[in-house]
Design a protein around this ligand. Structure first.
Ligand code: NDP
Length: 479
């Protein structure tokens, strides 16, 4: 089924393998125009109960299924995603506001993650196997997993959770952000007939659905991606019944540029490190520490790139950068820009947006060496604004990069990669890159340190987050 232009779009929740509509709806807004693109079904408390009941009922048979069969079904899910790439990407463009090629890559990423995850093996360790005892430790699924995702990569965020949760033998209730429910609801429809009823449920809702999910006694595990502030609430709620949590939270990633870089070569990489998806990436570069010897040249190149970037409505024309994805985030970004202006920090390009046009557009903005104590340096902007920060002494740069509560990612840019590696080894972050950034791989775990999260996603370590070890010990000798 693909959308027939002119016909109203009807989205349904997926609960127990069935489409569930009816009841209340909520509006989904196109951030490029401010206009409503669709009405999404607003999951009620009773419908959430039904989804959890369906997932619980499906769990024993799914967990007992041969792992080879679960692998096969994950690959079928990937094939179905491939068949619907253009349609799913179109929904992401409309509800999230990113350029179409970025949305297509996001959907392709889901298929890739499902396929690569399908190839992972759950380890089984034989601890002892002799005349006295046979002892083995294996990994068992947890039960019903709640997967809660943010709006910046609605499909991409699901890919880090759905495949590993299912492969490990859990059943899932996926809850996307109310800002971007459509592509996820459509995924529920696309996968509905592939999997046994109740294995994969998709719900969406405005208001309190997130807190209903985390407070629901029927979930054994909450896999959450979102802000640090909400992550704390999720953990507090899960603690009431010791539900397991994985928390992928906010970041304020630093990049350190050494004086021996080729400025023209690194400038485009650094520009996209900060501004891809209009800066709305957890692992985007959010603070750029530049050695004073190359500060002016690099700033000049970045200004040129910012002024060349085409900003606009991604569903109407070819653009490099779409709008900020929703009014709430737009207001956060504008508040940071206002603070910069009021304190007299200099914008090298961009600045406070002018009102009008209906969409939540902010031009790519560079802030010239604001103080370390400023809000734009200390807080996560999650938008198209980048502070450039000058340093002279490397220890000082490292100390400033490591300051603050976040520790998600970081990068170092150096002409000599070995020198870059030495600096990288001193940075506190879940992932540190040298001469690249945001490179993710389905087989490599990533996650945050400090207040950027607990646990990891992707790779074997990400798969193990959806399991618990159980040791089976059999005494063979009687003495
Ligand atoms: P939020 O924390 O506001 O929301 C994340 C999800 O949690 C949404 O589905 C939201 O639903 C839901 N939610 C909101 N309140 C609660 C609650 N009390 N209990 C349970 N769930 C709740 O984050 P954003 O969506 O604004 O995403 C941006 C943030 O996510 C940034 O800080 C960014 O760094 C971080 N992020 C981290 C990543 C990582 O891998 N570490 C990756 C991407 C983003 P609803 O939207 O419907 O309210």
């Amino acid at each position: 089924m693909s959308h027939n232009p002119g016909a109203p779009w009807a989205f349904t929740l997926t609960i127990g393998g069935r489409p569930v509509a009816g009841g209340p709806t909520f509006d989904v807004i196109n951030p490029a125009t401010g206009r409503v693109v669709a009405a999404a079904p607003d999951c009620t408390r009773e419908q959430l109960d039904e989804a959890v009941t369906a997932a619980r009922a499906a769990f024993p048979a799914w967990a007992a299924l041969a792992v080879a069969e679960r692998r096969r079904l994950l690959v079928s899910m990937a094939d179905a995603v491939d068949e619907h790439t253009q349609e799913l990407a179109g929904l992401v463009v409309l509800e999230q506001g990113k350029p179409r090629p970025v949305a297509v890559a996001e959907v392709a990423g889901l298929a890739l993650w499902l396929r690569q995850t399908a190839g992972l093996e759950l380890p089984e360790t034989v601890n002892q196997d002799d005349g006295e005892r046979w002892s083995v430790t294996r990994r068992l699924p947890l039960g019903v997993v709640a997967a809660i995702t943010p709006w910046n990569y609605p499909v991409g965020q699901a890919s880090f959770k759905v495949g590993p949760a299912l492969l490990a033998g859990n059943t899932v209730v996926l809850k996307p952000s109310a800002f971007t429910p459509l592509a996820n609801l459509r995924l529920g429809e696309v996968w509905r007939d592939l999997l046994p009823a109740g294995v994969m449920n998709v719900v969406a809702g405005s208001g309190s659905l997130g807190s209903w999910v985390t407070g629901h006694p029927g979930f054994d595990k909450i896999s959450f991606t979102g802000s640090t502030q909400t992550g704390r609430k999720v953990m507090a709620s899960a603690a009431q019944r010791l539900a397991r949590v994985t928390l992928e939270l906010g970041g304020n990633d630093a990049a350190i540029v050494l004086p021996d870089v080729d400025v023209k070569e690194v400038a485009p990489q650094l520009f996209w490190a900060a501004f891809a998806n209009s800066g709305q990436i957890c692992l985007a570069t959010k603070r750029l520490y530049v050695h004073e010897d190359v500060y002016d040249d690099l700033a000049c190149e970045l200004v040129r790139l910012a002024e060349q970037a085409r900003v606009g409505d991604p569903s109407e024309s070819e653009v490099d950068l779409g709008p900020v994805s929703n009014r709430r985030q737009y207001e956060t970004v504008v508040s940071l820009l206002r603070d910069c202006r009021d304190r007299g920090y200099r914008f090298l390009t961009g600045g406070l947006p002018e009102d009008g046009g209906g969409g939540w557009f902010v031009a790519p903005t560079l802030v010239d060496d604001p103080p370390e104590s400023s809000r734009i340096v200390r807080e996560e902007q999650f938008g198209p604004v980048l502070p450039l920060l000058k340093y002279r002494d490397m220890d000082d740069a490292v100390q400033r990069a490591n300051a603050g509560e976040y520790a998600l990612g970081a990068s170092v840019w150096a002409g000599d990669p070995e020198a870059g590696q030495e600096v990288a080894a001193q940075l506190e972050a879940g992932t540190v890159w040298v001469n690249e950034v945001m490179h993710l791989d389905p087989l490599v775990p990533f996650g945050g340190r400090k207040q950027s999260g607990i646990g990891v996603e992707s790779g074997l370590a990400g798969l193990l987050e959806f399991t618990e070890p159980q040791t089976l010990s059999v005494r063979r000798s009687r003495r």
